[in-house]
Design a protein around this ligand. Structure first.
Ligand SMILES: C[S@@+](CC[C@H](N)C(=O)[O-])C[C@H]1O[C@@H](n2cnc3c(N)ncnc32)[C@H](O)[C@@H]1O
Length: 132
């Protein structure tokens, strides 16, 4: 699943969604580990990644905050997963990238941020002007 907030601010919607999905994933891992412990050295038990989260934000400082918030959330959730799988995940070849783009969502082609057929959910609370 992929998520886009086209006025992502400091990334609260994206970060909270990421954390909620990772917590669900951790619950699933707990259930699996009750039945089978099959984690090999190179197996990566984590499927949900911050790379699934996209944002467009006009304010450069907010862009930096959003990226940092996602990276911190990733590290926190990594620690929670480590406590479940009882292995150090730092050495795993994890590569993740926070896809927060600085730009004006009113003029930017959103498909340059994330392809249309790759987006599952668009969320946001942009500043609204006028009567509608
Ligand atoms: C209420 S905040 C959004 C908060 C965000 N949903 C979150 O979870 O943190 C609205 C954001 O829209 C941004 N914004 C306003 N106009 C914009 C535009 N044309 N393009 C992109 N972002 C814009 C503002 O800079 C502000 O950070």
């Amino acid at each position: 699943m992929t998520f886009l907030d086209p006025a992502s601010g400091s990334g609260n919607f994206l970060t909270e969604t990421y954390i909620s999905l990772r917590r669900l994933e951790n619950e699933a891992l707990k259930e699996q580990l009750g039945v089978e412990i099959v984690l090999g050295e190179l197996d990566n038990p984590i499927q949900v990644s911050i790379g699934q989260f996209y944002g467009i934000e006009i304010n450069d400082f907010a862009v930096t905050v959003a990226k940092t918030a996602l990276w911190i959330a990733e590290a926190q959730m990594m620690a929670e997963t480590e406590n479940i799988v009882h292995m150090n995940l730092d050495f795993l070849p994890l590569k993740s990238y926070a896809n927060i783009v600085e730009g004006n969502a009113l003029t930017l082609d959103w498909t340059h941020v994330v392809p249309r057929d790759k987006v599952d959910y668009i969320m946001g609370n942009p500043p609204l002007g006028g009567y509608n």
